[in-house]
Design a binder for this molecule. Structure first.
Ligand SMILES: Nc1ncnc2c1ncn2[C@@H]1O[C@H](COP(=O)(O)OP(=O)(O)OP(=O)(O)O)[C@@H](O)[C@H]1O
Ligand code: SF4
Ligand SMILES: [Mg+2]
Length: 326
């Protein structure tokens, strides 16, 4: 069966003005990104802090307008929708982010938090709300007793579940999880990731799972998209990407995570040199060339486009595992 493309970004670019610098100075947060998210999958978006993951996530949800490019949800161009159509579509896409303290109103009980989407969107009669809120809590593995409590009376893991429960109230199809577990203890992280998997199966959810940590996504993601300085380096099935990364930057990231199998580690570990370039003045050609041990003249001049390599796609002039004689 052909996979259904649920959300698609085409040629997405986003810059932000930089304060305190010459007028017109901008920061290139996301540059010329194509991204396809298939219905029912978990696509992980990984890369170092500041590479543009959250910005891309917000662009895909229509929460930020791109400078260039288009976003399609279920084939519909977000920019071409009327405000009413956009509101209806927004319900199908939700954002869950790491900072639960900011996401939850401290003066609101958990019941109040969970009642909010039902009230705003008039999803059910008022008297039904407490029962629906309790059902949501149970769905994320929490007891209904927590309804009367306040966010600060819950553990970090419980709060993260409440944020997830609130997102589920609208029965979304796409959930962008922005660093959903990075604030949690390692043991709680695994439980949260398992819960995401269970909810995906139960509700046929599609996730864009954002993380700076590759080891977090290894067991949850079907595919992985690696970003560096606003651009996509590599996209591919998780297993292939972990076993045989084709982009030098992907391999660098993998070398930074503890590998259970030492034979999959590269020989020339720790070879990365050069400073992390600035998104205000990104290097020409391949943005990774100032740090890449394989950089050649072509890399300094030509932007490598994302192209099919093996089962995935790679944006590199000289992908790993290919003849390096050019
Ligand atoms: N609203 C904004 N105004 C100005 N600059 C911004 C804004 N949002 C993001 N940026 C900048 O854009 C770049 C990409 O930021 P983004 O938050 O998308 O990165 P990220 O990959 O999610 O990082 P992290 O892993 O730290 O969350 C960064 O240099 C950031 O400082
Ligand atoms: S294009 Fe060149 S500099 Fe960029 S990752 Fe590939 S080999 Fe390295
Ligand atoms: Mg982020």
């Amino acid at each position: 069966m052909e996979a259904h493309c649920l959300a698609q970004g085409k040629g997405l670019s986003k810059t932000f003005p930089v304060k305190g610098q010459k007028k017109g100075t901008v920061l290139h947060a996301v540059s010329q990104v194509d991204l396809t998210i298939y219905e029912g999958e978990t696509l992980a978006l990984v890369g170092e802090s500041g590479c543009g993951k959250s910005t891309l996530g917000r662009l895909m949800l229509g929460l930020l307008a791109p400078d260039q490019g288009q976003v399609f949800f279920d084939g519909q161009d977000l920019a071409a929708l009327s405000p009413g159509e956009r509101r209806a579509l927004r319900r199908q896409m939700q954002l869950v982010f790491q900072d639960t303290a900011a996401a939850l109103n401290p003066r609101c009980t958990i019941e109040g938090v969970l009642a909010e989407p039902f009230r705003i969107h008039r999803l059910c009669p008022r008297e039904e709300i407490p029962r629906r809120a309790e059902a949501l809590l149970e769905e994320v593995g929490l007891s209904g007793e927590l309804l009367r409590r306040y966010p600060h009376e819950l553990s970090g893991g419980q709060r993260q579940r409440v944020v997830l429960a609130r997102a589920l109230a609208l029965r979304p199809r796409l959930v962008v999880c922005d660093e959903p577990v990075s604030a949690l203890d390692v043991s709680v992280q695994a439980q949260m990731l398992n819960l995401l998997d269970d909810l995906q199966r139960a509700h046929h959810l599609t996730y864009l799972l954002i993380s700076h940590d590759l080891s977090v996504v290894r067991h949850s993601a079907h595919r992985v998209c690696v970003m560096f300085l606003g651009r996509v380096c590599e996209v591919g099935p998780t297993r292939t990407l972990f076993q045989a990364p084709r982009h030098p930057y992907t391999r660098f990231l993998l070398d930074a995570v503890p590998q259970p199998d030492p034979t999959t580690r590269s020989q020339d570990r720790g070879i990365l040199t050069g400073e992390i370039p600035s998104p205000v003045d990104p290097p020409p050609g391949c943005r990774f060339h100032t740090r890449c041990p394989y950089a050649r003249e072509k890399c300094r001049q030509e932007v490598p486009l994302l192209r099919p390599v093996g089962p995935g796609q790679v944006a590199c002039h000289f992908p790993l595992g290919e003849e390096r004689s050019q």
